[in-house]
Design a protein around this ligand. Structure first.
Ligand code: NAD
Length: 246
């Protein structure tokens, strides 16, 4: 029997690479996003869903259960970044970042856990960030949501273990996606530098002096969701080429 995976924020970037990997390896894959996607809809179910809207989350989970009867894996990848000095962040911007990054992760877990309990288990992988581990200048609220996701993961590991549900997070360093490129463009403008200059600075934060390919993160997400990680719960796996180790 094929396992079923739900991946949020799967229209592009890390989420797209993750949805494609699960699908290639035999999972029935349901991809959720607010944006249109390049993914192959003949192989992967794609649904419009804003993870910060509880009714949309519920509809997406109901669709998946109706079509496939179970959910074995949930990947909470949807997220937005905010690159600003603290005094320039509006209350509305604060609420949006918290609602999508932390709120979306909460809502997806809240509605998927009852489904996993019914089928006696599952695996959840949350996408946190290096920003939840190290102080990244002008990423304060974004980093705070990622630190919160790591804390949420630890607490739920104990809460969900009796139901055979494992939950872990990954913390990527810099990954070559539209999110990072827009982040670098904003910083370049603020600092009066070129995009390439800021890109180089960001590459140097990692011991391999390059950004990750989204597929390198997808592989780690896949591992944590797989039975090969059967004794891992409540963990955060840094995929940062040594950034936090410095
Ligand atoms: N790129 C990096 O360097 C990096 C580093 C660490 C962590 N991350 C995290 O990885 C995850 C994926 O990031 P990415 O770099 O692929 O970004 P991205 O911007 O390329 O992709 C994010 C996707 O999430 C979707 N999304 C945004 N808000 C949503 C919402 N409310 N509901 C549903 N979907 C929504 C977007 O439409 C987009 O398709 C994010 O959680 C991000 O914080 C990224």
């Amino acid at each position: 029997m094929n396992k079923v995976a739900v991946v949020t924020g799967a229209a592009r970037g890390i989420g797209l690479a993750t949805a494609n990997l699960f699908s290639e390896r035999g999972y029935l894959t349901v991809a959720l996003d607010i944006a249109e996607s390049e993914l192959d809809k003949s192989k992967i179910d794609f649904l419009k869903c804003d993870v910060s809207m509880e009714n949309e989350v519920k509809e997406a989970i109901d669709f998946t259960v109706k079509k496939y009867g179970r959910i074995d894996v949930l990947v909470n990848n949807a997220g937005i970044v905010l690159v600003k000095p603290i005094e320039e962040i509006s209350w509305q911007e604060f609420l949006r970042v918290v609602s999508v990054n932390l709120g979306g992760t909460f809502l997806m877990i809240k509605h998927v856990v009852p489904v996993m309990k019914k089928s006696n288990g599952g695996a959840i992988v949350n996408v946190a960030s290096i920003s939840g581990h190290v102080g990244q200048v002008r990423h304060s609220i974004y980093g705070a949501t990622k630190g919160a996701i790591i804390a949420l993961t630890k607490s739920l590991a104990w809460e969900l273990a009796p139901y055979n549900i494992r939950i872990n997070s990954v913390s990527p360093g810099s990954v070559d996606t539209e999110m990072l490129r827009s982040d670098v463009a904003v910083e370049a403008k603020r600092l009066g530098l070129s995009f390439e200059e800021v890109k180089k600075m960001r590459e140097e934060e990692q011991a391999f002096h390059r950004w990750a390919d989204p597929k390198e993160i997808a592989e780690v997400i896949y591992f944590l969701a797989s039975d090969n990680a059967s004794f891992i719960t409540g963990a955060d796996l840094l995929v940062d080429a040594g950034w936090a180790a410095k």
